[in-house]
Design a protein around this ligand. Structure first.
Ligand code: GLU
Length: 467
């Protein structure tokens, strides 16, 4: 019987959760979900100087927003120091680790001598077999790496990657103050958490032979490794702040749907035939890390934007409500009425690229304009049309029912009866209700705005425009 799949996402909370991290989390999550396994969240916060509570919160918020719920955790490495000490003690006892009392000066000399001989600087193992100590010196603890032979990493993405043990020196697993080091904590955690599949960025591939050796020394079979290609900016450099938005929460703020961002990320380095658009369910059913390819993928903001539109068009209306409401709230408008929000989504979703723009374009439904676009006013507000304002208001007041088709008919009829092109009538109405001449079709706009509000805005505009 094969063990149930257990994957983990193990971010270091030293900066915001970026989209490369989210893609790693997504692949771990998808793989666990696909195989009925467990997805574990582990916060690698041992770097006390660089880890912050704010970064931890961002990770939790980002994953929650994206809908990548973990089944276990979050586990914090800083709460596991007792356990790391226990494993170090056991390794010292059984001889897979040893105390090294070298001073900094000694190590500097060693390094200088190796460089002078044209060798790669590395610790030479001089305390490997010693059992004495140096009074007054706090030792570091080193892992006794095998001296020769190969470490073969069977990576699902990169294939077979072979490292030579003689290239790996004896890694420090605890510093002289007793604190455990990064690669060691990862190993103990992966062991204790029974991780079966380590899926992470390929910037960690070089850590893998050491981790694999330590796991073996601890009597564990290494997990399956899958190292994902980096995400690059359009210029071919590793994606960074320079390339614009890379923080996951910034995409939320900019009005992206999480499923669109995940769809975008899943396609970076993975494909399934020529399908571009995936719902979360489809991803879950189709995803396999064996299909991830190993070349780095370039980030393409236009494609993400396109996918966001595709997902906005396909989303059930009810699903669009909370992100739109959230965007409106950020713009200072609280909306309770869900039916109204759904109607706004329907009126606007073909016209905008994201929910932030949708909220911006929906604001006028909730706030009467404070001013009117002056250029549009000069162009569209003519005496002819102002002369019709009274008749327009009268017909609108009497219109039954107040619906888009009825409004459409009314406006067409009024324009025709007065020999006006429809646009000549519609643009000033639009200006009166929105303050500008961009809005969804005027019939849908007025239908949504409601009779009372329409009439009051028309009256207010007339007063403002009358000489
Ligand atoms: N903490 C590491 C990082 O944020 C990940 C380590 C791992 O996945 O093994 O890059």
């Amino acid at each position: 019987m094969t063990a149930a799949v257990r994957t983990r996402f193990a971010p270091s909370p030293t900066g915001f959760l970026h989209i490369g991290g989210l893609r790693t989390a997504l692949f771990c999550w998808l793989y666990a979900r696909r195989h009925g396994g467990r997805f574990i969240l582990r916060i690698e916060d041992t770097d006390l100087e660089r880890s912050t509570d704010e970064a931890i919160q961002q990770i939790l918020d980002g994953l929650e927003w994206a809908g990548l719920a973990h089944d276990e955790g979050p586990f914090y490495q800083t709460r596991r120091f007792g356990r790391y000490r226990e494993v170090i003690e056991a390794m010292l006892q059984e001889g897979s680790a040893y105390r090294c009392y070298c001073t900094k000066e000694e190590l500097d000399q060693l390094r200088a001598a190796q460089l002078a001989r044209g060798e790669k600087p590395r610790y030479d193992g001089r305390w490997r077999e010693r059992t004495d100590s140096r009074p007054g010196v706090q030792p570091v603890i080193r892992f006794k790496n095998p001296l020769d032979g190969e470490v073969v990493v069977e990576d699902v993405v990169h294939g077979r990657v072979v490292f030579q043990n003689r290239e790996l020196d004896d890694l420090i697993i605890a510093r002289s103050d007793g604190s455990p080091t990064y690669n060691f904590c990862v190993v103990v955690d992966d062991m204790d958490m029974d991780i079966t599949h380590v899926i992470r960025g390929d910037d960690h591939l070089n850590n893998t032979p050491r981790q694999q050796n330590m796991l073996e020394a601890l009597g564990r079979r290494p997990p399956v490794y899958a190292h994902l290609p980096m995400i690059l900016g359009a210029d071919g450099a590793k994606l960074s702040k320079r390339h614009g938005a890379v923080s996951v929460l910034q995409y939320r703020d900019e009005g992206y749907l999480p499923e669109a961002l995940l769809n975008y990320l899943v396609r970076l380095g993975w494909s399934h035939g020529d399908q571009e658009i995936f719902s979360l369910d489809e991803m879950r059913r189709a995803f396999d890390i064996a299909d991830v390819n190993k070349s780095a993928a370039a980030f393409n903001a236009d494609k993400l934007s396109w996918l966001n539109q595709q997902h906005m068009m396909r989303a059930p209306l009810a699903r669009m409500i909370w992100p739109l409401r959230w965007q409106l709230e950020r713009a200072g408008v609280e909306v309770e009425d869900e039916v109204r929000l759904e109607q706004i989504v329907l009126a606007l979703r073909e016209r905008v690229k994201n929910l932030k723009d949708m909220a911006a374009q929906a604001l006028f439904f909730f706030r009467a304009p404070l001013a009117y676009d002056e250029k549009a006013q000069r162009k569209h507000v003519t005496p002819d049309v102002l002369a019709l304002w009274g008749a327009l208001a009268g017909e609108l007041a009497a219109l039954q029912p107040w619906t888009a088709p009825a409004l459409h008919e009314l406006l067409n009829g009024l324009a025709a009866a007065n020999g006006l092109a429809l646009g000549k009538l519609v643009q000033p109405i639009r200006l009166a209700v929105c303050g500008a001449v961009v809005s969804p079709p005027i019939d849908a706009t007025l239908a949504l705005l409601g009779r009372e509000e329409t009439l009051s805005r028309l009256a207010r505009a007339k007063a403002a425009w009358s000489p």
